[in-house]
Ligand binder design. Structure first.
Ligand code: FES
Ligand SMILES: [Fe+2]
Length: 384
């Protein structure tokens, strides 16, 4: 072995990209706005490598989620009909109750006593429908829940906007990585982070960020066009992020709540969903609030499109090569790992409190120079 190869030259870094995990993250997953499922029809959802069906019981008004494939002969309940509190299969009209029990077979003398399909544990919170996923079949532990967002229940706030996009060819770890990725906010999202801190603890991973608008970008190019932005964003479990935002607009502070959530479809596909709520400013009409929320949603859409463009051409990377101004990618992934192992294999380093604040001094200086150079170039070409 030559001395050279052991001391300074280790050769080019090789990207390690194992296959994405076959299993899906344990936790609450948001399937969308609850109101979207309350139209009297069953809704098929491709998730967790299978198909689910969500429906509202006509009598009780409760939302239920079952496996879509009927255990009788495999009919797809998403193509069935809600009859009373049960969902009727389109194939032979077996009736399935929200708890998974077969509630009736009209043409049979009796229901086989063990006739049962899988009913998923659901939760309705913040006007959204959630299912609990755990491959070990354990119910959600106490304290692992979705926090209530007051604005979702208040007349002082707009209604939710809601959008979803399916991303094929990527594992959802890509979106979770964003939690610690300060630099991409400048390069991909055209915003200018000036403060950036992460805290991970238990099943919650948070990002605290302050950013300025980039003066060299037009309003359409940037997420934080209006003014200085303060953001407190937390993943509550593997897939549901609540982001509280405060923006300066003309002397007033606008308050926005964004949801960024996803559920896995297969090991390399997921559905990204996002929504916005805007607090009405004094004297703001419902229409104006709805418009402000729509605008926030549009900014979100732009942001996600920018991320998606990167994901579509990037590779999975298990061993990112980091510099001193990058956030704690490895620690975040260790936190994220807790959702992919059996409960008894969750280790303290996955859940122990971890805090990291990036010293943004150098990045801010370099970015300021880049923005100034862009502005100077623009002014020059305008003079010609
Ligand atoms: S397959 Fe569903 S009732 Fe026969
Ligand atoms: Fe991003």
């Amino acid at each position: 072995m030559s001395a050279r190869s052991t001391t300074e030259d280790h050769g080019p870094r090789r990207i390690e990209a194992g296959a994405p995990p076959e299993r899906y993250a344990r936790g609450w997953h948001c399937l969308g706005l609850a109101s979207g499922f309350k139209d009297g029809k069953p809704h098929g959802i491709e998730a967790f490598g299978t198909e689910l069906v969500a429906f509202q019981a006509a009598g009780t008004g409760e939302l239920h989620v079952l496996n879509a494939y009927c255990p009788h002969m495999g009919g797809n309940l998403a193509h069935g009909t809600v009859k009373g509190d049960a969902l009727a299969c389109p194939f032979h009209d077996w009736r399935w109750a929200g708890n998974g029990k077969c509630a009736g077979i009209p043409y049979a003398h009796r229901v086989p006593p063990r006739a049962r399909t899988r009913a998923w544990t659901t939760l309705e919170e913040n006007g959204q429908l959630f299912v609990w996923y755990d491959p070990q079949g354990t119910p959600p532990p106490e304290g692992v829940t979705i926090p209530r967002i007051e604005g979702a229940f208040s007349d002082e706030w707009s209604d939710w906007t809601w959008n979803s996009i399916r991303i094929d060819g990527s594992h959802c770890r890509e979106i979770v990585d964003n939690v610690v990725d300060m630099a991409h906010f400048f390069y991909v999202h055209n915003s200018f982070p000036t403060y950036f801190k992460n805290v991970f603890e238990g099943h919650v991973a948070s990002q605290y960020m302050e950013s300025d608008p980039r003066e060299d970008m037009t309003a359409a190019d940037t997420l934080s066009a209006q003014g200085r932005l303060r953001s407190e964003a937390s993943y509550h479990g593997p897939s549901y992020m609540i982001d509280h935002l405060w923006t300066e607009v003309g002397g007033a502070t606008a308050e926005t709540v964004l949801i960024n959530c996803h559920y896995p479809v297969s090991p390399d596909a997921f559905v990204l969903q996002y929504g916005a709520l805007v607090k009405k400013l004094p004297g703001m009409t419902d229409e104006a609030a709805a418009q402000a929320a729509a605008q926030a949603a549009e900014g979100l859409a732009t942001g996600f499109e920018e991320d998606v463009e990167i994901w579509l051409s990037k590779t999975r990377i298990d061993n990112p090569l980091l510099c001193d101004q990058d956030g704690p990618v490895y620690q975040l992934r260790r936190w994220y790992e807790q959702f992919y192992v059996d409960v008894e294999d969750v280790r303290p380093e996955m859940t122990d409190r971890f805090e990291f604040e990036i010293d943004t001094e150098r990045a801010v200086r370099v970015w300021r120079d880049e923005v100034d150079a862009n502005l100077a170039r623009r002014a020059q070409s305008a003079q010609r």
